[in-house]
Design a protein around this ligand. Structure first.
Ligand SMILES: [Zn+2]
Ligand SMILES: [Zn+2]
Length: 263
């Protein structure tokens, strides 16, 4: 009855929608990764060229069109025109990542990027449910069984400023969906790090996060298969550093799922 008086709206175009979902029209504007050929290990899509976002469609809905150029620089060394099944990207061939498998649901662009920014920086906490549902509805089917779900933590100062950790909100819902334990406190970020996107070189990115995480209770990690959850996978350095700490504490395996992937 209440829903008739106060209908729930699509968080993007504000058309009338149902509980914690974006509308079908907006859903079509999300660049999902699922049908792409990806590196079996780290999940990077091969030879990605961003498709045109339906800007006219969005403008028709009476919204400020997302102005950022929908263009992704393709690293030639990572492009494979005829990807071989189970093929690995250059980074994984060189064994750069400690985690066993990472998957992302969609590309970091368009309306999803916009919704994430609102969720992260404009205190629209209610969007956490919408974003979590996008992960859950498209959950990768090639990750194994998990024992424990852990979010990538925020540094305390950032947490105070932002009031919540966006990855924690997503991870909690993922854990519930998978019906496995959730521990947002076992992994701690002990120092602030520069945003990874501000740093150009991979070596600097790794240096930036080195030693930034510690574990509170090592015993909780031992022998466990762990799923790390974050909002965006960029260079993978942050996730890799978290993984290193978890494996050092004898986690049996670390896998990763992120909502988005900045290629
Ligand atoms: Zn919509
Ligand atoms: Zn890879």
């Amino acid at each position: 009855m209440l829903d008739l008086v106060f209908p729930k709206l699509c968080p993007f175009c504000e058309s009338i929608e149902f509980d914690e979902k974006i509308c079908d029209r907006c859903l079509k504007n999300i660049s999902f990764i699922r049908d792409r050929s990806i590196c079996l290990n780290c999940g990077v899509p091969f030879g990605y060229i961003a498709r045109d976002i339906d800007t006219q469609g969005l403008a028709d809905l009476g919204h400020a069109v997302f102005q950022e150029t929908e263009h992704t620089i393709v690293d030639a060394s990572r492009v494979h025109l005829f990807p071989i099944p189970e093929h690995l990207c250059g980074r994984c061939v060189q064994d750069e990542y400690y985690f066993e498998r990472a998957r992302s649901i969609a590309f970091y662009d368009g309306i999803l990027k916009e919704i994430l920014h609102k969720f992260k920086y404009q205190r629209k906490l209610n969007l956490g449910g919408v974003l979590s549902n996008i992960i859950i509805d498209n959950f990768p089917n090639d990750l194994g069984m998990q024992d424990l779900v852990i979010p990538v933590p925020l540094y305390i100062d950032k947490l105070r400023k932002r009031e919540y950790n966006q990855s924690l909100v997503l991870a909690e819902k993922v854990a519930k969906y998978l019906r496995v334990s959730f521990d947002p406190y076992v992994l701690r970020r002990i120092r602030d790090t520069k945003p990874q996107f501000e740093i150009k070189s991979d070596i600097e990115k790794r240096r930036n996060v080195k030693g930034a995480f510690i574990l509170r209770e090592i015993e909780n990690i031992k022998g466990k298969s762990i799923l790390l959850v974050d909002d965006v996978f960029t260079s993978g350095s942050t996730i890799n550093e978290c993984t290193r700490v978890l494996l050092e504490a004898d986690a049996s395996r670390v896998q990763v799922v992120t909502l988005m992937r900045a290629v």
